[in-house]
Ligand binder design. Structure first.
Ligand code: BMA
Length: 323
């Protein structure tokens, strides 16, 4: 048993959200949820599947006062309406920036070319009822998903002038080869003047161990701790097992990694993680800190939503100890 498994513990009553057979658009699978804790309410947006023929994902909303028991809204919260969303909206990640909630979500699109491609889009809301869609934020031909935004702008001084940048993590799958310095899809740090334009990209986390050998992708939006930005990401092994690892980035200079786990902090073990629409998947997409505890929300086997909890300080120490 790795040390990480003792740090992040599954909620014993997992899964916390399962498909609802009586509601067509979420009758087959509900998974990969973004969760945000604000004013004592846990807001959740989750990916929902209602049919396997076209496998179009829609997004549902649920909320909770304790983080365990979620009450869902009957109607689809956030539905494909734009040309670029017509094949579905997947894996919402939630973050609050300057009093607005922002959602990054994956879209499968053929609007740029004839063949469907993977992009990430951005939307914003203040009440989880009315959403404003801000369009695609990733570049063409990069096959880019797992985009998470940092919750704060970070200040800098350049040539004596003060400024602040928005940061994100993203995973451009086609950025591999000698020109990119990496041979497997990796996590990059994006920096830009606004949330919709990224001017600078830095290679951040690339696959290093067997459990993440095939590719890595950011999971939760980074969380600021005293020892650095906490990043929880997924890694995929050669036999397509999705596990979760963690890293810490320097608070002021997030391109500097100050710690990273060698072994997963969570890997598929329970039946709801091993058997589903895609077997052997734990896929973290949301997290919140409540009374020094870190609640990590993740998808189990592309079928259900689950929760695991760690003491935040203990997890940070574990990451620093691992290297
Ligand atoms: C990734 C995404 C996730 C999914 C995972 C496992 O590429 O599509 O939505 O949970 O694969 O199938």
């Amino acid at each position: 048993m790795s040390g990480g498994k003792r740090v992040l513990r599954r909620y014993p009553k997992n899964p916390i959200l399962v498909p609802d057979k009586n509601n067509w658009w979420e009758s087959k699978a509900v998974f990969n949820c973004g969760v945000l804790y604000d004013h004592k309410i846990f807001h959740m947006l989750y990916r929902a599947i209602g049919e396997y023929e076209n496998y179009v994902s829609r997004i549902g909303y649920a909320c909770s006062s304790d983080g365990f028991n979620f009450e869902r809204r009957e109607d689809i919260a956030f539905t494909p309406s734009e040309q670029y969303e017509r094949y579905g909206m997947e894996d919402p990640r939630l973050v609050k920036i300057e009093n607005r909630y922002y959602i990054t979500y994956v879209v499968l699109s053929d609007y740029v070319r004839q063949k469907p491609e993977v992009f990430t889009a951005l939307a914003t809301t203040t009440d989880f009822r009315k959403f404003t869609k801000l369009g695609i934020i990733t570049s063409n031909s990069a096959d880019n998903k797992d985009v998470v935004l940092f919750p704060d702008r970070l200040s800098y001084v350049s040539a004596g002038v003060k400024g602040a940048s928005y940061f994100s993590l993203h995973r451009p799958s086609t950025w591999i080869g000698s020109a990119y310095g990496v041979d497997r899809p990796s996590i990059w740090l994006g920096e830009g003047e606004s949330l919709t334009s990224v001017g600078k990209h830095t290679l951040l986390i690339k696959p290093e161990r067997d459990w993440e050998a095939l590719k890595v992708g950011a999971g939760i939006p980074p969380i600021k701790t005293k020892k650095g930005w906490l990043v929880i990401y997924h890694g995929v092994s050669h036999d397509k097992v999705y596990s979760a690892g963690a890293a810490l980035l320097d608070v002021e200079q997030p391109s500097r990694i100050v710690g990273r786990t060698r072994s997963p902090i969570l890997e598929p073990e329970e039946p709801y993680e091993r058997f589903g629409d895609v077997n052997n998947v734990v896929f973290p997409t949301g997290a919140c800190v409540v009374n020094k505890e870190l609640y990590v929300y993740y998808g189990g086997a592309d079928k259900v939503c689950c929760l695991a909890i760690a003491n935040l300080d203990a997890l940070v120490e574990h990451i620093l100890k691992e290297g």
